[in-house]
Design a protein around this ligand. Structure first.
Ligand code: ATP
Ligand code: MG
Length: 490
């Protein structure tokens, strides 16, 4: 009798072919845009048709929404592709990739190629164009990314068993995973990203090989690392990807601040260590709010530096401020755009807000003024994720409902939370106090805002002009350069 392993090995080619045929059926029934099929037929070469490849095929088999750019492969070289279309951008022309723009349609078009050595662990020294689509599929990273559909000739190429791996939800390197990860250190990161976004597992050999890239991973440009992590953040559970990176010893190379949270114990308010809590909080944050997800991942990275043990429990005073600085440096290193970085750091810094029913309206207004109305919804989402991520199943933090109601009331009453919303402006201050433009004008407006925050009914033009007139009366006594009005100049 055949052993289970032998039987399975013999069945494997048949199982692959059956899966290929199922995927082919599905893809041929897919509603490809007419304009895309036109592009495919215009890119047919003499020896080979053009193929839809990469994420375009993978996602269509999985029934996932398409990425904005379709992936296409052809034997035609970039110059010839460029000749055939009105608008073609040379996005990666050295490696044979151009972007075809046909109205709304974006097609990333790559010439079939083999690759030479990878001296820098990221870019092949030379690329060799080929006429053979199978050679092109052999240089691709994962079997699930190495399918090619000729939609005109109605044939799916699947030389590496990608269709079966898609059904089994396995990420398997094409060829020897150790060699494939060593030649391009970005690939382990792509595996982590796909594991999270596609909710698949790396096949055992591929998983073990992730660590083989080692220090070479630091050769990858941090912009590329960020791009992968940003895509990973849209996954149902980004933790799946971060965990793979940590297990492979790669997380600490790119995000040492997060790696340091691993194994840092907390207190009775948490079931998890700081690292696990960060991951679960990130998973619980809304996927459609990437900044909240980043803030969730980083909100406690100040904890390892601030941990003090009191009566057998961890305390972390001011970890939000230390964490905000660490997050700022991490995001800057990853080349995040400045505005995104500032928004994420702000959430990390403010994530410890507290609310009690006995808070005064003035106190709540001052808090709103500091965090900014625009950040409130994100801070609430972060708090909900933070509570869900502590592992104690406490349920929804209901005080947020009360806080939301109080804030809505305050905003209905008055929106004057910044000097711009005051009923008087800089011009009024300069006219009444006979001041030149400058810092003193701003200081006076801040002093008026403080009065309005205590009592919003003061935000009337007559009242504030009257206050200015009274300040003017006091002014002759003020020393040169000193701001008038209370502590506004301090
Ligand atoms: P998505 O576009 O959804 O982010 P993708 O897999 O399509 O994912 P692309 O960057 O568009 O990613 O690449 C298209 C295809 O090119 C991939 O599916 C894969 O076949 C191949 N590829 C991309 N990057 C690599 C790499 N670093 N090593 C090997 N093959 C790669
Ligand atoms: Mg793609």
């Amino acid at each position: 009798m055949l052993s289970w392993f032998r039987r399975r090995a013999l069945d494997e080619p048949a199982a692959r072919e059956a899966a290929r045929a199922r995927a082919e059926q599905r893809l041929l029934g897919h509603a490809w845009p007419r304009a895309l099929l036109d592009v495919v037929s215009r890119l047919a070469g003499e020896r080979s048709p053009a193929y839809l490849v990469g994420g375009t095929i993978r996602d269509a088999v999985l029934g996932r929404p398409a990425e904005p750019a379709f992936d296409l492969a052809t034997e035609l070289e970039p110059e010839e592709v460029t000749r055939r279309f009105a608008r073609v951008e040379p996005t990666g022309i050295k490696h044979g990739t151009v972007l075809i723009v046909e109205g709304e349609l974006l097609v990333e078009c790559t010439t079939f190629r083999r690759e030479g050595a990878y001296p820098d662990a990221r870019h092949p020294e030379r690329v060799f164009f080929t006429h053979d689509p199978l050679e092109d599929l052999a240089r691709r990273d994962l079997t699930v990314n190495a399918l090619a559909l000729d939609p005109i000739g109605r044939r799916l190429l699947d030389p590496h068993g990608g269709a079966l791996d898609l059904e089994r939800r396995l990420l398997r390197a094409v060829g020897d995973p150790v060699l494939r990860f060593q030649e391009d250190a970005l690939r382990p990161l792509r595996v982590a990203r796909f594991a999270a976004t596609l909710e698949m597992d790396p096949e055992e050999g591929t998983r073990r090989a992730l660590a083989s890239v080692g220090e070479r991973a630091t050769w990858v440009a941090l912009e590329r690392v960020r791009e992968e992590l940003v895509k990973m953040m849209r996954a149902p559970k980004p933790s799946r990807g971060f965990e793979l990176l940590r297990e492979a010893g790669l997380l600490g190379l790119w995000m040492p601040e997060l790696q340091r949270c691993y194994g840092v114990p907390q207190n009775r308010y948490h079931a998890y260590d700081v690292y696990e809590h960060s991951l679960y909080t990130c998973d619980a944050a809304p996927p459609e709010k990437p900044q909240v997800r980043w803030a969730a991942l980083l909100h406690d990275i100040g904890k390892p530096d601030t941990r003090v043990e009191r009566r057998g429990e961890g305390t972390f005073y001011n970890h939000q401020f230390v964490g905000a600085e660490l997050a700022d440096r991490l995001l800057e290193r990853m080349r995040f755009p400045a505005d995104e970085r500032a928004a994420i750091v702000h959430l990390v810094r403010e994530h410890m807000f507290d609310f009690r029913a006995e808070w005064s309206d003035a106190g709540l207004r001052r808090w709103l003024r500091r965090v900014g109305i625009d950040a409130v919804a994100d801070l609430f989402d972060l708090r909900i994720a933070d509570v869900l991520g502590n592992g104690l199943r406490q349920g929804f933090p209901t005080y947020l409902e009360e806080m939301r109601r109080r804030i809505e009331c305050l905003l209905r009453e008055s929106r004057a939370l910044t000097v711009r919303e005051l009923a008087v402006g800089g011009r009024d201050v300069m006219r009444v106090l006979e001041l030149p433009p400058g810092r003193e004008v701003g200081a006076v407006l801040e002093a008026l805002l403080e009065e309005v925050l205590d009592d919003p009914s003061r935000n009337r033009r007559e009242y504030l002009l009257d206050r200015l007139a009274r300040l003017r009366e006091q002014r002759p006594q003020a020393r040169e350069g000193e701001a008038p009005g209370g502590d506004a100049g301090s």
